[in-house]
Design a protein around this ligand. Sequence first.
Ligand code: GAL
Length: 342
Amino acid sequence: MNIEITDFDYRKERPVKKIKLTNDNSVSISILTMGGILNEFLVPSDKESKNIVLNFSNISDYYKNPFYIGMAIGRTGGRIKNGSMPLDGEVVTVPSNENNNTLHGGPNGFCYDFWEYSTKQNQDSSSVTLYKNIYSANDGYPGHMEAKITYTLTNENELNISYTGKAYQNTFFNPTCHAYFNLSESNTILNHELMVESSQYLELDEEKIPTGNLLDVGQTPFDFRKPTLLKEAINELQDTTEKGFDDVFKLDHTGKIATLTNSDDDSIEIFSDRNGLVVFTSNSFDDSLNLIKGKGQPYMGVALEPQTLPDTHNHENFGDVTLRAGEEKTYTITYKYNSNKK
Ligand code: GAL
């Protein structure tokens, strides 16, 4: 296990640190102290190593596009209609940043923050914890909370991300990770297979807000209950506006919820303790993105974002993202890398 801390860049004249954790199998992850960005997930390959998440070489490129590449998302992932949701009987409104709606924590969400950090090394894992106090005056969400995001890399090649919120007043907490995976040397994920443990997905309106209706995946391109080639599923969506997936799957259970496989060579298994998974196949990426992998293009990566179903409190049975005064909650996402190569 090894931890290396270097200077990545500057933002608003403040240094952005890069914290790289490497395990005994030469797998490493790098986290940036700005935005909680997962900047690298390096795994051994024929060419020494390959990065299986999309990234940029400098911090400003991350903020020049609407795609939240690699970023930590909070206080709430997904969209809240008109920024309004009931919270213990009162309707609370948070700042909007897309039409009249709130996306991914609004205009001052977790991804726009600098975070304090500490690191820890054990025999079989090492971790970096990002932490900060967030007040209503900072992001417009109700109440003061302490947020902590711990990225742990284990010798089992697992990246565990745990999000802990401690509230001093009632608030909402539904964080997630916005990493885009691409396990291949190719510039698209069309040759990847995806499996998602989900029998229903959410109907969305034209602003991508859930209507509250759940649709069955059976006999549709949304059926990933068996591993399915993304190329085939995406082909079936070519006459939709989105021309790919930007959808919310209701999960059948917690635990192992999805697997992304690259032509049998290697895979990522995803574990979560929540009831939803957003799958976004980067349909609208274009060549204005100067990613290290190359110019942006549709289907370059796939974001697999475990979370509680979004717009939560506006729909019955979507769950509960309340974090009550005095309460502390932790949610965990695991991305486990498996290599099938000998
Ligand atoms: C996804 C969301 C998409 C898009 C993307 C970031 O989580 O579902 O609609 O906003 O983030 O560009």
